[in-house]
Write a protein that binds this ligand. Structure first.
Ligand SMILES: CC(C)(COP(=O)(O)OP(=O)(O)OC[C@H]1O[C@@H](n2cnc3c(N)ncnc32)[C@H](O)[C@@H]1OP(=O)(O)O)[C@@H](O)C(=O)NCCC(=O)NCCS
Length: 126
């Protein structure tokens, strides 16, 4: 694999010995085979199949199985996709923070249950 910066790989993709340049996108469920290349800001759409050794050019959008060129994206479209990596990094941070918070709550409950509840006539040795 040769990978650039800030590319996106969607859920449930298969990416196999290929090259993904900066801001390339392999959308959800897509399969990209060995020796294939997605150039800067190129996109393989959801569920697309990309054959071995073939190249998606810069800013090209390819869809289907086998994939067909739909269009070369406008600068505005490209900009929207370029927010993807930051968005997922932000989501990751939020999930992490929420998990840490949940864990703290659970540990708090756990410790509480271990603390002996004072009973009438309780003797702590003092
Ligand atoms: C590529 C995508 C953005 C749609 O692009 P679009 O240009 O807005 O496409 P539209 O919704 O206008 O559809 C245009 C045509 O392409 C077809 N089409 C859309 N997505 C398709 C896909 N993934 N595969 C095959 N055909 C598709 C539509 O059915 C439509 O066909 P028609 O003209 O015969 O009616 C979207 O389908 C996609 O693949 N999104 C990926 C999301 C994702 O995985 N993000 C990664 C984060 S995890």
């Amino acid at each position: 694999m040769i990978i650039g910066d800030d590319f996106t790989v969607g859920h449930a993709c298969i990416i196999y010995a290929c090259t993904l340049r900066d801001y390339a996108v392999v959308s959800m469920g897509a399969i990209i085979l060995d020796g294939a290349v997605i150039e800067e800001e190129g996109i393989l759409g959801a569920n697309g199949l990309w054959p071995p050794g073939k190249r998606i050019g810069p800013r090209e959008l390819w869809l289907g199985n086998p994939a067909r060129l739909v269009r070369v994206m406008t600068p505005d479209e490209v900009l929207q996709w370029m927010h993807n990596p930051d968005h997922y990094v932000e989501l990751g941070k939020r999930h992490r923070a929420a998990l840490v918070q949940q864990l703290a709550v659970r540990q708090g409950r756990f410790r509480k249950s271990l603390v002996p509840i004072p009973m009438p006539g309780w003797c702590n040795g003092a």
